[in-house]
Design a protein around this ligand. Sequence first.
Ligand SMILES: Nc1ncnc2c1ncn2[C@@H]1O[C@H](COP(=O)(O)OP(=O)(O)OP(=O)(O)O)[C@@H](O)[C@H]1O
Ligand SMILES: [Mg+2]
Length: 410
Amino acid sequence: MRSAVDNPFNPGSDVVPRVWAGRTAQLVDWRAVLRPRLVHGLPERGRTILGEPGLGKSALVRRIAAEAAEAGDWVTPQIRVPSGSDPLKLVARALLVLAQDAGLASQRERRLADLLGRVESVAASGVSLSLRESTGPEPHVVLSELLVEIGQAAMARKVACLVHVDEVQNITDERALSQLLIALGDAMTHRTSFRAPGGVHIEQSLPIAVYLTGLPEFEDRAGAQKGATFARRFATTVLQAIDDDDLVLALQDFVIPGWEVPDEQGGLTAVRMTQDAVAVLVDLCRGEPFLFQLAGQQAWYAGEEAVITADQVRAGWRTAQREAAAHVERIIGRLPPRERELVEAMAQLPPADRTLTRIAERAGFPSASAAGPTSQRLDTVRGIIDRGKPYSFRHRAVEAFLTSDWPAVG
Ligand SMILES: Nc1ncnc2c1ncn2[C@@H]1O[C@H](COP(=O)(O)OP(=O)(O)OP(=O)(O)O)[C@@H](O)[C@H]1O
Ligand SMILES: [Mg+2]
């Protein structure tokens, strides 16, 4: 009945999960703001989506890209930047594929053939191209020229094109980062002008959507280095835990009408979840998408019957408990020492006493103001705490881990 093949939960990364929860604001931003504005020739900034590991950054943009492709838009595959690699090469390669889709590669125009040739050199040599061939234009100029061509072709077809660069925190080379941001930014802000009927002169932006996703550290690098330019060209969102209401809603399909799976006779049957099971699962995963998938996957495996019970959710969670703990330990372990000390000090205080003064004192800062920048980073850059009155945790799994025996279940 509940076979591995039919298990709809998947805690693996880089797939669009079948059991999807929340992220409505970001999906609506694409559907109701970004895409419509772009295809109408209106300017829009790129989107940077950052967040702690496992919050669903890649999944979110992959889902948006899948929707876009469905609507006929041209999308690059998810361009993942491995640590220390040259992003210009990767983006150049992806744009060449997009150019192919756009039919640019088959056009016999000399100018286009030359341009594609130059982009191929960037795909081969990346940022170092500018060093070797000092006579030609910089790689970023070449990339943005091609992106403009693709944008113009997309505009003529009334579709958008979407570029997704993932794991941007891995771009450690400053020159490569700056060239990449300029290449994408220049294409996004490029204006084409033409004469509309009646001789009116019209200027339009190109329908180019750029999504950058990665860990929060990227913000420091891009923000500090590019200053206002980066902020003017990209709108940044820091993802937070998913609301419990959204998780409950996502599991509603299992309550009514049930999740369809094939039965042994070649027909269909349904796997259900009791409402108690839903409540327990949502409580255990603390808004973490990764833990949501993990808990769901293990609950599915915890029995064979048509109904997933609360006890099975707990039994499944026990098998995943170590992994859940490791997930949160990784998040805490990644924090620079001062940030970690602050978070730990905050967890040790009773919720009502979590003022900056008390936290700073406990964490060994000389004064409250000395802890200011650290607490600000934990709030605005990482989204782990909320500097309200008093301070509280936004990252509920980190809170649970530090203040209770979670992930243990009774
Ligand atoms: N909106 C969502 N609803 C349900 N599950 C989700 C959602 N978003 C992500 N997930 C699941 O959470 C897990 C982590 O997602 P993803 O790999 O996208 O995170 P990430 O933020 O890119 O992590 P990393 O920083 O490690 O790259 C995946 O198993 C994914 O299927
Ligand atoms: Mg990711």
